[in-house]
Design a protein around this ligand. Sequence first.
Ligand code: FES
Length: 279
Amino acid sequence: MKRPERIAAAAFSVAIAAALALFVAYVQGSGPQAEGVLLALALGGVGVGLLVWATRLMPHIRDETQPRKKTTPATEADRESAVETVEAGVDEIKRRRFLSRLLVGAAGALGLAALIPIRSLGRSPGDSLFRTKWTSGARLVTSDGTPVTSSTLEIGSFITVFPEGHEGSSDSQAVLIRVAPDQLQLPPERGAGAPDGLVAYSKICTHAGCPLGLYLAATHELRCPCHQSTFDVLDSARPVYGPAPRPLPQLPIEIDGAGGLRATGDFTDPVGPSFWEEA
Ligand code: FES
């Protein structure tokens, strides 16, 4: 075996060993430093092996990065020479079966190691991105867990509410606003979810997800502090200004027998930015 052949074989062998060690390191959770070193060894071994093989063992091939000396069309002799060069290269690869097998082994070991990071992506979120903690019968409470009743709010005021047991849940937070019942212009199928002028919407802006912080009682508008999207509370929280592309999802609520407020289901639409519409 020629010396370049030994070097290439050694480089591919190092790549195989490093890739297999990388697989084990991923499984055992050895940490990013060890994994980085092993990955560098595996890729470096393949690179060095290919470099030595191409430059020291393959038939000489003209450097295509250098300008051609003549611009005349290739002659028959040139074409025959090119074909011979390619055939010689193919023969060289076939002849060095040992190196070829080592190269395939290195590629396979790297492929095996690459399977583990795919697992690191975690479990599929399923439809959890489209649901919140609100369920039918969930009691509306404030951030400190105080139950909200139909008399908590005066007309023109608002508070932030959460489902009981999930106070502080970022995707479940909602704004509860009280307006004069005859001012609401909700579609019939949504009107029942806003009893006595109490209407609740997701507090997460549908533009980029900022929490809404300002209620303009005089104009019945909710405004986002980030880019000033403004939503018409009386008209299903339709955006009337700014970059928000769609209304705030409504939380349907009811007044129970004791005067407490409860949800009758989850929000009417997924909360937050409309990522699923762009997917
Ligand atoms: S996040 Fe609300 S307007 Fe941009």
